[in-house]
Design a protein around this ligand. Structure first.
Ligand SMILES: [Ca+2]
Ligand SMILES: [Ca+2]
Length: 396
């Protein structure tokens, strides 16, 4: 079931985004029938639960969004424009449908509260206790009384997944779990990784079921993650894994680039930050963690537009690591200026060895030396390399 997030505040009326993590599963019998028959679903847009979509339902949304009125039950039934938030836009959408022949309400399926750990691949805890990085696993535990607890280990999502939504659809003999992610304005980060999710499904009567998980990043040719529940008269548990070889799953032999943070636009002029470098220098600072095969790489004074969404792509050809930086407009577009940023990268699953690291930067001019340098991570695990720059946006 979706819940509400965000403290009350001046914008709370329009930002009551629905998220997970909250109370109760199937708290209302009307909306969650027992398994073994198709569960009674809520009617999208019918907040008043009178079987019809009328102006009264619009009023209920308005009361909820703007006046602190009752929370829709389930909250998904008010998300008629299917963006995982209940806002004034849903009231407008419903007005359009009722009075102007607009689009019919389309709500997301009802979700269950979910907690998660991640991004696993990018933390030092990786691999110690959980399944290998090329395994996509489900562990389920049925209490014999009606509650099915699910752990989904190594679930693939964006590194910055926004809200992870878990919806459950029930048919005879089938529990279909639909996992999805929803970004609030941003497109997430430039990478995928693995998470462990925990959630539970209520009102599960004893019987035979197939549990199947729909995952956003499963390769269409790969087997779905599913497990069979066979007539548990009492408590029962089982686990099932499928091997995956597509990113973000894998054997851990392919280096992966992740942008951890970006800092900027940095103030122009001489270095004003104690830990920064002079603004006429374009620098790379690296440190290799051999135990985890991670190269921490900071690009200091990287030139970008003043208002970018910063991205980068990496290719590894032999011993040449090329990081090609790119940018796209933020939600308001580009600005009419350039400036300097610090971009912190991590390259995961990089074996120790000798490499050449080359940055391909957007705003170099002819004659500029590229920021390119050799490293021998086995013998010299850290260092700093700088190039002098004397044109805008450097040294300006
Ligand atoms: Ca109604
Ligand atoms: Ca909505």
């Amino acid at each position: 079931m979706l819940g509400l997030t965000g403290p009350p505040g001046k914008r709370a009326a329009d930002t009551r985004a629905l998220v997970l993590l909250l109370t109760g599963i199937c708290a209302v019998a009307l909306t969650c029938g027992p398994l073994g028959a198709t569960a009674a679903a809520f009617e999208c847009g019918d907040l008043t639960q009178d079987g019809a979509i009328t102006a009264a339902d619009i009023i209920s949304i308005v009361n909820y969004v703007f006046k602190g009125g009752p929370t829709p039950e389930p909250p998904e039934c008010a998300d008629v424009n299917h963006d995982y938030a209940v806002t004034s836009a849903d009231a407008i959408s419903l007005i359009g449908f009722i009075f102007r022949g607009g689009a019919a309400p389309s709500c997301p399926p009802e979700g269950v509260p979910v907690t998660h750990d991640g991004c696993k691949l990018f933390t030092v805890e990786t691999g110690a206790a959980g399944p290998a990085a090329d395994q996509d696993c489900m562990f389920w535990l049925y209490d014999g009384l009606g509650t099915l607890q699910i752990q989904h280990l190594n679930a693939g999502f964006n590194c910055c997944p926004g809200e992870i939504h878990v919806a459950v659809e029930r048919e005879v003999g089938l529990i279909r779990i639909i996992e999805s992610e929803h970004f609030d304005g941003s497109g997430g980060c430039d990478c995928l990784c693995l998470f462990d999710l925990q959630y539970e499904i209520g009102d599960v009567a004893p019987g035979d079921y197939t549990i199947t998980v729909e995952e956003p990043y499963r390769n269409p040719g790969d087997d779905p993650l599913q497990s069979e529940v066979t007539r548990p008269a009492g408590p029962a548990a089982d686990s099932h894994c499928v091997a995956r070889s597509t990113y973000p799953w894998g054997t851990g032999t392919s280096p992966m680039l992740r942008i951890v943070t970006t800092f900027g636009c940095k103030p122009l002029g001489a270095a004003v930050l104690a830990d920064s470098v002079p603004s006429n220098q374009d620098c790379a600072v690296y440190r290799y963690d051999a135990g985890n095969s991670v190269l921490y790489l900071e690009h200091l004074n990287a030139g970008f537009n003043c208002c970018p969404v910063i991205g980068a792509d990496m290719s590894v050809t032999g011993d040449l690591i090329t990081i090609t930086e790119r940018e796209s407009p933020d939600s308001l577009g580009f600005c009419f200026c350039l400036c300097l940023f610090d971009v912190h990268y991590e390259i995961w699953e990089l074996p120790p060895g000798a490499y050449t690291i080359r940055f391909v930067e957007l705003y170099l001019e002819p004659g500029d030396e590229p920021l390119e340098f050799p490293v021998d991570l086995a013998t010299t695990p850290e260092g700093t390399v700088c190039e002098l720059r004397s044109h805008y946006p450097w040294d300006y």
